[in-house]
Design a protein around this ligand. Sequence first.
Ligand SMILES: NC(=O)c1ccc[n+]([C@@H]2O[C@H](COP(=O)([O-])OP(=O)(O)OC[C@H]3O[C@@H](n4cnc5c(N)ncnc54)[C@H](O)[C@@H]3O)[C@@H](O)[C@H]2O)c1
Length: 380
Amino acid sequence: MSEKLRVGVIGAGRWSASAHLPGFARSPHSELVAICDLDRDLAEQRAREFNIPHVYTDYQEMLLRQDIDVVDVCTRGGVGDKNSHEPLAFATLEAGKHCLCEKPVAHDYRNTWKAHELASAKGLKTKVGLTFRYAPAMQYMRELIAEGFIGEPFIFNGYEQNSQFISATEPVTKPDLIPATEEEAITVSSLEGYGAPIIDLSLWFMDSNLKSVVGTLHNFVPYRTMMNGQKIRTNIDDGDVYIGEYEKGGFCTIQSSYVTVNSYPGLEARAYGSKGALICRLGAELEGQQLLLQSTSPDASEVAYVPVTIPDKFYPPGYQVGEPWPSMFYANLVHNFNQEIIYGGSENQGNFAQSARVQEIINAVELSFRERRWVDLPLA
Ligand SMILES: NC(=O)c1ccc[n+]([C@@H]2O[C@H](COP(=O)([O-])OP(=O)(O)OC[C@H]3O[C@@H](n4cnc5c(N)ncnc54)[C@H](O)[C@@H]3O)[C@@H](O)[C@H]2O)c1
């Protein structure tokens, strides 16, 4: 393998341009070699913007290149979409390339495990777009918890909520919105799209899998306007909540929604333990777009939360004060993946195995909602 990892990217859309491509372009460990999109003009535009020498419209053709070490899957991941992440991730691994994949790798957690097993059998590393574990404040919060700052972890509360789709009249670009026909047809949406990163944090921070969940899905804004002006009845989960019980003791509550008044990205992670508590917020309105608060006072009459300074080591290479959070967090994610591949060993945080655990919880909460009961994990 050359000193710099050679990277091919599938998908040249918005998230690719604002997070993935800038991340690979700025890491000292990678160079962008090829870009592939079904839309050739778009692929060529990104090739010019990021100085990428080779352009493809067929990812299978790009995967034939022997000089590519890493493939990044950044297409949309809609249910039933033949261009969703799952076939692209499997093809990438079959071709012997390390794989970064947007979430979800697969809608069924069992297929995500299969992809993980394939990667392991081939000695390949994987990473999933679980963006918010790479926020410098979240990285530091995890380190503090692992060092014992909060003592024995008792409770985790997690939220990913913003107002992205609160308006029923603003046109939505989502092509996977299928008109609903009956009330029972509510489909998982926010729980998977917004829930995944905060579920990931809930497992990582508490260092435990869940043994049981109970939850509900809700559709608060039932009519939405499409780009062509047509109003359609949707029945997607645009707000959800669940309680989870950890194998190691303690519990969590996780709430996600894209129809709740809040700024981007709108995450809050709270961890309470026997000795202290930490609260991390990620929001566009905050200075540096992140805020970490701590309290260690055991005296209930004195408890106060004070801001914590985040050490420089948690910021990505080339960090600029005021840079937008997608590029800041993703630069950390990409750089960390490059390091994991180059340095070898077993380090591989936020990989397909972690994504499978997260997806299993999503699948279990959906089952809990449909059958109106607690669901035990692992799912049979
Ligand atoms: N992790 C995060 O925080 C985060 C944030 C935003 C978006 N995302 C995810 O990023 C992904 C991309 O989102 P987006 O907004 O950029 O979508 P987009 O529609 O703007 O771009 C997707 C691109 O993929 C291309 N494409 C689809 N199938 C292809 C194939 N088989 N071969 C080559 N190109 C193909 C499309 O032509 C399109 O240009 C989605 O899965 C989304 O959920 C993640």
